[in-house]
Design a protein around this ligand. Structure first.
Ligand SMILES: Cc1cc2nc3c(=O)[nH]c(=O)nc-3n(C[C@H](O)[C@H](O)[C@H](O)COP(=O)(O)O)c2cc1C
Length: 388
């Protein structure tokens, strides 16, 4: 397709936003956002795993309650009902939003999160200070969306310097973040070869703002941030001793680790392979989710969320049918931001919500709980029997 036509094409789905973002971003920023580690097999497999699952819709069920896009039947309570989502979808933590939108970066994303009443999980590696994001969140709710049920969560990387880590946690707590998402799959950064080819460096004016108070040289050379490779289960007690925020573990793939998280009294886990950016050839998140749900059982007190490769409303429905309580979306948010700032992120979320609602209706689901009950999934011509 010629370039002019591509630019004026209506943006109907998340792939359209991806293509528009690709046109707008520098090669370095696009590669940084898009690529995975090594041969990018996990990156590809995440999306394909959702596509491999087929749906087996039920019919002749009254789904007229879904008549409006703000259908109450898509609503979901999460984190022990401390948060209500209009549909089970959360903004995943992704670094450096100012690479996508130099002027507003995370501030545009947070405004979209408020408008769409969703949770934004803010990255440690954000290019806007966490306090400024929290201020904007409050201001936007107060002035524009008083009904919004949006919340902020803070994603934490644990650094070798535990004092820095402790200060980050305190700052998140003081500025009103509602949960701590501890990323546990990043003892070192995955091998992202595109960053080497592109000699990735932060453009002028873009820094890891949360670290500027600590060590400015770290804020400017983020690839060298010394993560703490000694982090282990026993450190969770230390983190719990310095914060009252609920802790969510992000980056769980092994059923044993999910069971361990239950034993540790963790509130929720995110089944994630970091969007294929860490260990290449690690299991896709669909397969990991199924194994984990089977391992922890249906009476588990822990909530399970999942991310990686979710690009359609049907993917969200499949994740819920497999036992997830909600999904997180990473790259598509960045594509929306690059394509059209706050409005682009809102559009991405609204497209997903509309698609999810349609999928529910076409599958004969009156409520989100029906998605789990209806045995809708098929894989390799066989039903996937839910243990829920
Ligand atoms: C550009 C980029 C930056 C990311 N930065 C972080 C981060 O700072 N912290 C984190 O826990 N996960 C990070 N992730 C992983 C996402 O939170 C999420 O697990 C992943 O993007 C989900 O896959 P998806 O992009 O296919 O939706 C990042 C992912 C991308 C693509």
């Amino acid at each position: 397709m010629d370039q002019t036509k591509a630019t004026h094409r209506a943006l109907l789905n998340l792939e359209d936003y991806h293509q528009r973002a690709k046109q707008k971003l520098s090669q370095m920023a696009y590669d940084y956002y898009y690529t995975g580690s090594d041969d990018q097999l996990t990156l590809t497999d995440n999306q394909e795993a959702f596509r491999r699952i087929k749906l087996r819709p039920k019919v002749l069920i009254d789904v007229s309650k879904h008549a409006t896009t703000d259908s109450i039947s898509c609503r979901t309570q999460i984190l022990n009902s401390t948060a209500t989502l209009p549909f089970p979808c959360i903004i995943a933590p992704t670094a450096l939003h100012r690479l996508a939108h130099q002027e507003h970066g995370e501030l545009a994303t947070v405004r979209a999160a408020v408008a769409c009443s969703t949770i934004m999980c803010v990255s440690t590696i954000s290019s806007t200070r966490m306090e400024l994001i929290a201020d904007e969140h409050r201001r936007h709710i107060r002035e524009r969306y008083p009904q919004s049920s949006s919340q902020l969560w803070y994603q934490l990387y644990v650094f070798q310097d535990r004092e820095i880590t402790q200060k980050l946690i305190k700052r998140a707590e003081t500025s009103g973040y509602k949960a701590l998402v501890l990323t546990v799959d990043t003892c070192i950064i995955g091998n992202r070869e595109s960053s080497v080819h592109n000699k990735f460096s932060l453009p002028n004016g873009v820094r890891v703002e949360n670290l500027v108070d600590e060590r400015v040289e770290l804020a400017e050379k983020y690839q060298e941030l010394p993560r703490d490779a000694s982090l282990s289960w026993k450190d969770l007690d230390w983190i719990r001793s310095i914060t009252s925020l609920p802790i969510i573990l992000k980056g769980i793939l092994h059923p044993d680790d999910a069971c361990q998280a239950v034993k540790f009294g963790i509130k929720a886990i995110i089944v994630s392979n970091h969007g294929g950016r860490q260990l290449d050839t690690s299991v896709n998140t669909v397969d990991a989710l199924s194994d984990i749900i089977n391992a922890i059982g249906d009476q588990s007190p822990i909530e399970v969320y999942v991310d990686g490769g979710i690009r359609r409303g049907t993917d969200i429905l499949k994740a819920i049918a497999l036992g997830a309580k909600a999904v997180l979306i990473g790259r598509p948010i960045l594509w929306g931001l690059a394509a059209d700032g706050e409005q682009g992120v809102r559009n991405v979320l609204n497209i997903l919500k509309k698609e999810f609602r349609s999928a529910m209706m076409l599958c004969g689901c009156q409520t989100v709980d029906d998605i789990r009950k209806n045995n809708l999934l098929m894989l390799n011509d066989r039903p996937i029997r839910s243990k829920l």
